[in-house]
Design a binder for this molecule. Sequence first.
Ligand code: PLP
Length: 427
Amino acid sequence: MPKNSGKSLQERDLQAIWHPLTQHQTASPPIAISKAKDALFWDEDGKEYIDGIASWYTAMYGHCNDHIISAVSQQLRELDQVVFTGFTHKPAVNLAEKLLEILPKNQAKIFFNDNGSTAIEAGIKMALQYHFNKGEKRDVLIAFENGFHGDTFGAMSASGLAVYNGPFQDFSLKVKRIPPPTNENVREVMASLKSIMADNLCAAIVYEPLIQGAAGMKFHDKEALEQVLKICHENKVITIADEVMTGFGKTGKHFSSLYLDVSPNIICLAKSLTAGISPMSITSCSQEIYDAFLDDEIGKAFFHAHTYSANPVGCAAAIAGIELLLSEEIQENITRIQNAHWEFKQRLSQHSNISEVRTMGVILAIDLNVEMTRYGKLRNQLFNHFMDKGIFLRPLGNTIYILPPFVITEKQLKKIYDSIEEAIALV
Ligand SMILES: *Cc1c(COP(=O)(O)O)cnc(C)c1O
């Protein structure tokens, strides 16, 4: 008899696994998920859930998508993995070319990493070494208040959310924070930027363009952000756009940076890059950044690598994902969801329990008019309300947000809207 027979998956999980972002002393046991298709997944008892946040913004073309499965299976039979230092392969080259076609025009080179955090990590290191290679000592980062950039040390230092950083505060990189720029505060933001940059010690600014995801899908303003980026460029502060959440169509354009008249020096991509198939990320950069690493001296090179860099299977998934993103069908779906969100926003506009509703692309966020802590009791009640209805949403404090897969049906979307209206009435 196998040792674990008779035990449920949850019991076995509890004995063997430590979950992310989980206080195991008080958390309910995790729900075992056995399959997924399109905008749905099912638990081991067969209960169906609508994936209202595309499994953290990854499975945007729907779970177990046939086009992606076939590209990945074919790749698996041809080349699974090879060292990416000194070697190259077709999926990596094809993917890099495809990305450069759709990224802002100033992006010239594609560097591969393993996940969102390490994409940011590589971006920060590129910026620091850019100045080092040019013989300048710059060691301060600028970042937005309440930004989120990942959980490795560099990315975490740039992040401004205390739940994640608390115990590690003393081990951070040097970071100065400014509020995300809006049309209301832009004067003060520019003034504080000027004083931060006065001593020429700032190496880079790390920011989520136009929408801060983990902060609660908070928006800031295009013109104000352009002013910030422009003054950074004037002061040789490298601009690093974290498009890990916003990338690949979620804001309505392929990338959030494409809304802006000022393009960043470096862009970080992950999450839906591989459409939910495997962890992989990209740090792209302009020619000017790349050129600063060219020298006869080997030490000027970017000595940074991950074992699985440009894994061919991940690349194949990413190429298939971009093909879908550019398809008429997905573009029509984005418009359809955008319009539905606008209508829902109108419907909610008079509600007294709501302080703000905002929407951009397929993202919709609703701030409830109540005091709530990020992982507090009321937030958990909301979460449970949705799960009972078979809807997976993860409210961020008092913000309920939807970021559905592009393939979500009208009926599924309506079911989410209805359950949100019920939730609002409950608080
Ligand atoms: C999720 C996220 C990250 C971190 O990505 P991981 O793959 O979880 O390491 C970084 N930045 C933003 C904006 C994110 O949403």
